[in-house]
Ligand binder design. Structure first.
Ligand SMILES: O=P(O)(O)OC[C@H]1O[C@H](O)[C@H](O)[C@@H](O)[C@@H]1O
Length: 448
């Protein structure tokens, strides 16, 4: 069986063996600290053992709840933001049909899935309420803290719609709350109203929570195989924990990106060649951005969807300020393919491709781009994923999670907190007139 691997051969011209040898010792130290749980943020390391040590009773309950939602709902609304949103969406788009919500119900066999509470746009919510219409639906409200404004507002609106449609008692049976085991407004509301609840463990931060109920319930509703996802993550864990630096792709990824950062490559661009990976990049950006971007340090995580963005951002990557390196996510065996056929008259000049399939064209574009970008002084790394299935996604999630822990320690930051995200919230609450923010409000209004 294959595995998720890192190939940095195309970046070899930018990095020497000595540099790798030097940093490998630091990486091994960081790993020791991470696994011994004696480094910064060590009260948020529950994700390390999650693939092998999770709540089996809750896991079974997640599957049961998913079955109920599949049987009584045409639509599931998943409400959450950041780590309480991106993992589920990344997995569902990676694993399920590329046009999941648009294919026929008969073919899909599972509810349509939409996301809310990931912005404060009234126009978006109004549109989504129209999409649900009079159809049967359920809601999975996800918030670790239980107090985040965006999902709280969206939940209030969908809760009302449910209660109007089904009455309070039946509505409560269609609401699934994923939150802290004991505290927060959402937990209190769930207890008060009798919702089924799932737990975000205390020691698993939001951006590391995709393999808890946070990600697992929506992923199960979409029809994906949770057992395979967990098995893949367990394999990823084994590889990350047990292999020495020379064979350990996750450790090597942390090492190479830090070498490049120290050479002034302060942006990492994650590139994919499959639209269904767009949200994997979004999940990755939160994981890396919130983990590393602090104390005035860090690599800025950016992403591009290719070849799409070669027609927009491609110019900058090839030729603009040399401040970045690129990491290509390569799905080795595409999950779908279309053959290009010969035409009698070659008006579009494409007959030279007759008999070739789209994946051959896509991979040729990828390989050509990697060489062009390398020639343009953009070091290229590649993360290879053998196939687009649950097992390898689980492995990929773990690969990136483990690497960011190591990478954060190499940088000398606490990769498991996110103090910076509070600043905008304080200002927003003050401007909204939330009780307790009166003094700040006066100050801010003067500045606007
Ligand atoms: O799950 P919640 O508590 O609602 O948090 C949702 C997200 O928003 C916060 O502001 C943090 O920046 C994220 O790390 C978190 O994933």
């Amino acid at each position: 069986m294959g595995k998720v691997t890192l190939d940095y051969s195309k970046a070899a011209g930018f990095i020497s063996e000595e540099e790798i040898g030097y940093i490998s010792k630091l990486v091994e130290d960081a790993k020791e600290q991470l696994v011994a749980k004696n480094g910064a943020g060590n009260d948020f390391l529950g994700w390390i053992d999650l693939p092998v040590d999770y709540d089996k009773e809750e896991f079974a309950r997640i599957k049961e709840a998913a079955k109920k939602i599949q049987s009584d709902s045409e639509v599931l609304i998943v409400i959450g933001i950041g780590g309480s949103y991106l993992g589920a969406r990344a997995a569902i788009e990676f694993l399920r049909h590329g046009f999941y919500n648009n294919i026929s119900k008969e073919e899909r066999k599972t509810p349509e899935i939409y996301y809310a509470g990931n912005s404060i746009s009234g126009a978006y919510l109004e549109g989504l309420l129209d999409v649900v219409g009079d159809r049967d639906f359920s809601v999975n409200i996800i918030s670790k803290s239980g107090t985040t404004t965006e999902p709280a507002i969206a939940f209030r609106i969908f809760k009302k719609k449910l209660e109007e449609k089904y009455g309070k008692e039946e509505a409560a049976k269609r609401i699934y709350a994923t939150t802290d085991k004991a505290k927060g407004a959402l937990k209190n509301l769930a207890t008060e109203e009798g919702y089924e609840t799932f737990v975000v463990p205390d020691d698993v931060g939001g951006r590391f929570s995709v393999l808890t109920a946070v990600g697992l319930l929506p992923i199960a509703v979409s029809g994906a195989d949770l057992d395979q996802l967990m098995a893949g993550a367990a394999e990823g864990r084994k590889l990350a924990l047990e292999q020495k630096f020379e064979e350990n792709d996750s450790l090597q990824y942390a090492a190479i990106r830090n070498i490049l950062l120290r050479k002034g490559k302060s942006i990492e661009v994650l590139a994919n060649y499959e639209p269904s990976l767009h949200y994997v990049s979004e999940w990755w950006k939160q994981l890396y951005g919130e983990s590393e971007g602090k104390d005035q340090k860090g690599l800025f995580p950016a992403s591009v969807d290719l070849t799409t963005d070669l027609h927009s951002m491609g110019q900058f990557i090839q030729d603009g300020a040399r401040i970045m390196f690129e990491t290509v996510l390569n799905i080795e065996k595409s999950r779908g393919n279309v053959v290009i056929e010969e035409e009698a008259v070659d008006l579009d000049g494409l007959n030279y491709l007759a008999g070739k399939d789209m994946d051959f064209v896509n991979k040729s574009a990828m390989n050509g781009t990697i060489l062009a970008h390398t020639d343009g002084n953009v070091p290229n790394l590649m993360v290879k994923v053998p196939e687009q299935n649950e097992f390898y996604l689980g492995e990929l999630f773990y690969f990136f999670e483990f690497a960011v822990g190591i990478s954060g320690y190499l940088l000398g930051v606490n990769p498991f907190n996110q103090p910076g995200v509070e600043s905008y919230k304080k200002n927003m609450f003050a401007l909204l007139g939330k009780p307790g923010y009166e003094a700040q409000r006066e100050e801010l209004l003067k500045r606007l």
